[in-house]
Write a protein that binds this ligand. Structure first.
Ligand SMILES: Nc1nc2c(ncn2[C@@H]2O[C@H](COP(=O)(O)OP(=O)(O)OP(=O)(O)O)[C@@H](O)[C@H]2O)c(=O)[nH]1
Ligand SMILES: [Mg+2]
Ligand SMILES: [Zn+2]
Length: 363
């Protein structure tokens, strides 16, 4: 078990959550943050330390009836601590930000990957994993999350120096406004540059394909090998032993790191505005198309096609944009009637930039 205890502030608690919690009914409840989940078994961190937890029946039914979302790692909850050291989760607090994906089931549903993050480290290995098209996909999810995306190109010890600069340049070209870091989690080079994002109460989540080095990086940032301390044994409802992997780590310098298992295939969950953030170069070009609803296929006076023809815009980037746009439309159609009100809330990608507070490229 984890013997460290953390203050609520160290866990990421703030006045925003405090005010929301004050609205919720119930007695004998304490705030806690979910740091592990396996099926219906949860692990939560409260001021008293770590507790195995399960959802209260009423909350569970609310989730089944679509009245409440399913809590995930990073979520803040209100829980009642029981005498045996376990806890009952009674409410989930609204999310400040969250990374979602679309489920690949029969009906598209959004699933939370991690909640309440301030920064999202999009990790890519500078090996065979390197793929700018996939990065565009992750960056779009990153903008959608409401957290600030940061690209971390890992395994910088592998390519030669010239090649390295070329790769960084290629990534900067496809991810406007997103800072890009070259690091080697293995040798530790460049890892210090990532520490500036971490501060007490600040949550950083890592995503990226399996094998890109997220866990190695998390250990390198935290400065210790935490791997073996990361599993919690607990009993499930039938008394069986199950293992919940803890995904939240606390580096000594402060901050909260959330590791995630690599996603084999990412079903994009995002809206048009997040796509426009990722492809802001195309969105800007489109402003000067003759028709405001130009699809950039064969319309006269299309500024996007002009830019492609004149070599200003990479055609494969434009194709990537169209592909992701199609995918979003497809999921939109399949989504089970329930429309996320947030989809309509924000009308321009510029708004999102402003929300993040100017000075992009250098959070
Ligand atoms: N050369 C090199 N190898 C690295 C580096 N970082 C990680 N690796 C290796 O890459 C492999 C995968 O690393 P992990 O940290 O397990 O990758 P992950 O992203 O956590 O993978 P999943 O948990 O499956 O999503 C391991 O063999 C690491 O030793 C690096 O900076 N350079
Ligand atoms: Mg891992
Ligand atoms: Zn056009």
């Amino acid at each position: 078990l984890n013997h460290n205890t953390y203050t609520l502030h160290q866990l990421g608690w703030n006045d925003w959550f405090k005010n929301l919690a004050a609205e919720l009914p119930g007695e004998n409840m304490v705030p806690a943050r979910i740091n592990g989940k396996s099926h219906s078994n949860y692990s939560i961190l409260a001021e008293t330390g770590e507790h195995p937890a399960s959802l209260e029946g009423k909350l569970l039914r609310g989730i089944q009836n679509g009245l409440s979302e399913n809590p995930g790692v990073g979520d803040w909850v209100l829980a009642t601590l029981l005498d045996d050291g376990s806890a009952r989760i009674r409410h989930m607090l609204p999310r400040k930000s969250a990374l979602y994906r679309n489920s690949s089931g029969r009906v598209t549903e959004k699933q939370v990957i991690v909640a309440n993050l301030d920064y999202i480290f999009i990790v890519s290995g500078l090996d065979r994993d390197f793929n700018v098209r996939r990065l565009e996909r992750y960056v779009t999810m990153g903008w959608e999350s409401g957290a600030k995306p940061v690209i971390v190109l890992n395994k910088a010890d592998l390519p030669g120096e010239l090649e390295l600069e070329g790769m960084k340049y290629a990534v900067e070209a496809v991810a406007p406004f997103v800072p890009v870091h070259l690091v080697s989690a293995l040798s530790g080079s460049g890892v210090n540059d990532l520490e500036k994002y971490l501060d007490e109460g600040v949550t950083v989540a890592l995503i990226g394909s399996s094998g890109c080095g997220k866990s190695t990086l998390v250990n390198s940032i935290a400065g210790i090998d935490l791997q073996e301390t990361r599993e919690v044994r607990q009993n499930d409802s039938r008394g069986r032993h199950t293992t919940v992997t803890r995904d939240i780590l606390f580096p000594e310098r402060g901050g909260i790191l959330i590791d995630n298992p690599g996603l084999r295939e990412i079903q994009l969950y995002a809206d048009e505005e997040s796509l426009d953030m990722t492809f802001s170069d195309i969105a800007e070009l489109a402003v000067d198309c003759k028709f405001s609803d130009c699809t950039h296929q064969s319309e006269p006076g299309c500024n996007v096609r002009r830019a492609i023809e004149e070599g200003e815009l990479d055609e494969s980037r434009f194709e990537s944009y169209l592909k992701l746009q199609k995918e979003l439309e497809y999921h939109e159609l399949r989504r089970s009637g329930k429309k996320d009100p947030k989809l309509k809330e924000i009308s321009k990608f510029a708004k999102k930039l402003r929300k993040h507070g100017k000075n992009p490229g250098n959070w």
